[in-house]
Structures are given as structure tokens and as C-alpha cells.
Design a protein around this ligand. Structure first.
Ligand code: 5GP
Ligand code: 5GP
Ligand code: 5GP
Length: 225
């Protein structure tokens, strides 16, 4: 627990592209977790809402608050659809032990959203609402950027489409030439703002000039659950 960490500066809503996350994996482990063959979402899904500092670093695991799924029972239907776990592994929690993807995000990032967000339910409902209000998949679709295993798109065009829709510059993270994540950032009052971008935009995570939005293609012989 890192209670000494100073208050964050802004939020990043981190959205993941399942076609990239699931590419080349056999993540099929259960009905509700993982890359599910033809059921894999063809839209950006939520990774998490992350409090960040303006210098590119971030606080984590700010106080102990063990994830309790009962607190968000009214949200679970939406969460399974828009915030699915695509990985079979259980992430480690802040305090040792293994937990769920949702629990990991609340304990690692959610607890650092104070004083803007002070409890688990608020963390998840706020994140879902931001996601619904900023439909990146639809913005890209309207601009002609759709899932494809053959097309490459200019990164500049993708960024411009988002700038035109939300009047801010997102952060785009790639795995090789595939878009892995798009992050939309917000002031503490949830008005959109530019993302600071990662500390080192030159790192392997920055995107090339032309990027893809791969469809999910199961590996040969992959069992569909
Ligand atoms: P990776 O090493 O895959 O980039 O990131 C691993 C984890 O570090 C992420 O899942 C997330 O929890 C955290 N992380 C990475 N980048 C950022 C960031 O820019 N802001 C925050 N708050 N967390 C990040
Ligand atoms: P990367 O160097 O790939 O951004 O981060 C590697 C790992 O170090 C990430 O998975 C993340 O968990 C951790 N990390 C990097 N920078 C920070 C930071 O400013 N704060 C915290 N809490 N973790 C960081
Ligand atoms: P972060 O990268 O946010 O620190 O940690 C994400 C953790 O949750 C990792 O341990 C990862 O294995 C697990 N995880 C479970 N489902 C997912 C998912 O759908 N996407 C990502 N990025 N991580 C997931």
C-alpha cells in the first residue's frame, strides 16, 4: 500500500482492441473469460480507468480495498459485455494473491482515484459512463476505419477522427503494427483533455505510420468454448 503517493493529475480511459490482444493466442478457457473465437468483441472494450500524473508516471495500489463483486452486482451484465477479461490468467492483486481483471483494476488504479472517486461502485459506474459517452469504435467506424486483416490505416487519420469527435488528442498504443489500445484522457471533472502520452514515445509501444485493426482469427484447431 502506497498511501504516501500524491494525488493524481488526470484520468486516462484505457480501451483495448480485442483483435490485437487475442491475436495468436489460445486464450479460450471459459465462457466468461478470454478470447472467445467468433464471440470475441469487434469493438474496443475497457481495460481500465487510470489516474495519471502529468509527468507520465502514475500512482498505484493506493490503499487497501479488496474487490467485492457484490458491490457491483447491478453492473455485471454491462461489465461482461464492455469490460470482459480476455486473458485466462488471474492477475496478482496489490497485496499478494490472485484476483480478477476487475479486481486488479480497482485495487491497482481505482484506489488511486481519490478524492474524485472514493469507492468501488463509483469507480466502475464512472468508467462505464465515460465509455458509453466516448464511443471510439463508432467514431473510427464513421471515418471508415473498420476491423480488417488486410487493410492498413494511416495513424494520423485515426488520431484526427478522434480529435474531431472529442476535441482532444488520444494516446495510441500498438503491438507491432496493430493498434493495441487507445486512451482518452479527462480532467478531474471528466471533461476530455489531451493525454500526456507515455514517458517515452520512442519506445516499442509507439505506433508506426500505418496501423491495422485486426479481426480476431482463431488459431488452427482452436477449441471454441
Ligand atoms: P505495460 O507494461 O503493459 O505497458 O503496462 C502494464 C500495466 O502498467 C498496465 O496494465 C497498467 O496497469 C499500468 N500502466 C501502463 N501504462 C500506464 C499509464 O500510462 N498510466 C497508468 N496509470 N498505468 C499504466
Ligand atoms: P513500462 O516501462 O513498460 O511503461 O512499465 C513497465 C512496468 O513498470 C509497468 O508494467 C508498470 O507496472 C511499472 N511502471 C512504470 N512506470 C511506473 C510508474 O510511474 N508508476 C508505477 N506504479 N508503475 C510504473
Ligand atoms: P495491467 O496491465 O492493467 O496492470 O494488468 C492487467 C492484468 O490483468 C494482467 O495481469 C493481465 O494478465 C490481466 N488481464 C485479465 N484480462 C485482461 C484483459 O482483458 N486485458 C488485459 N490487458 N489484461 C487482462
Amino acid at each position: 500500500v502506497n498511501r504516501s503517493q500524491r494525488e493524481f493529475d488526470y484520468f486516462a480511459l484505457s480501451l483495448q482492441w480485442p483483435g490485437t490482444y487475442c491475436r495468436g493466442t489460445r486464450h479460450c478457457c471459459s465462457k466468461n473469460a478470454c478470447c472467445r473465437g467468433s464471440d470475441t468483441p469487434t469493438q474496443f472494450t475497457i481495460h481500465g480507468l487510470w489516474p495519471d500524473y502529468n509527468d507520465g508516471s502514475w500512482p498505484s495500489c493506493c490503499y487497501r480495498s479488496d474487490f467485492n463483486e457484490k458491490e457491483i452486482s447491478t453492473l455485471v451484465d454491462g461489465m461482461e459485455k464492455y469490460w470482459p477479461s480476455l486473458s485466462c490468467g488471474s492477475p496478482s492483486s496489490c497485496h499478494g494473491g490472485k484476483g480478477s481483471f476487475w479486481g486488479h483494476e480497482w485495487e491497482k488504479h481505482g484506489t488511486c482515484s481519490s478524492p474524485v472517486i472514493r469507492d468501488e461502485y463509483s469507480y466502475f459506474i464512472t468508467t462505464l459512463n465515460l465509455y458509453f459517452k466516448h464511443n471510439v469504435t463508432d467514431v473510427l467506424y464513421q471515418a471508415g476505419y473498420v476491423a480488417s486483416n488486410s487493410e492498413k490505416y494511416p495513424l494520423g487519420g485515426i488520431v484526427t477522427a478522434i480529435q474531431n469527435a472529442f476535441h482532444i488528442t488520444p494516446e495510441v498504443v500498438c503491438k507491432r503494427d496493430a493498434i493495441d489500445e487507445i486512451r482518452i484522457c479527462f480532467y478531474k471533472d471528466f471533461k476530455p483533455r489531451d493525454c500526456v502520452g507515455s514517458k517515452d514515445m520512442t519506445s516499442k509501444k509507439s505506433c508506426p505510420k500505418y496501423v491495422s485493426l485486426p479481426e480476431y482469427t482463431p488459431l488452427d484447431g482452436e477449441a471454441m468454448v
